[in-house]
Design a protein. Sequence first.
Length: 136
Amino acid sequence: MSYTHEHTLRVRYAETDQMGVVYYGNYFIYFEIGRVEFCRAVGLHYEQMEKQTECFLTVAEAGCRYRRPLTYDTRFRVRTTLETFRKTFLSFRYEVLPSEGGTRLARGWTKHIVTGPDGLPRRIPEPYAGLLKGAV
């Protein structure tokens, strides 16, 4: 079974539109927060990996299905799961949920290619590959 990580956030005023509803593009920021915290929880620290290996998790595709609005000052959880891991490719799944149970508010996905500073694909080196492999 895949490892799943949950991170709790609160909607800030700056993330909402005139009606107090979260602007749709901010969900991708929430997904990034979820992904970074997921990686941190399995022992992979982005900044350290980038500096030591010059490998970057480049977003190649992203999407979101919105079901119910998030509004100002609402606490919510981002549930992140690593769906696929190959040496040069990763895909994550996200669910945005109320902080205390309830119906899913949104679900999303991102697909990443591991690249070097030149933008070309490369294999993610050990020990980072092992950390991710253990989370699928």
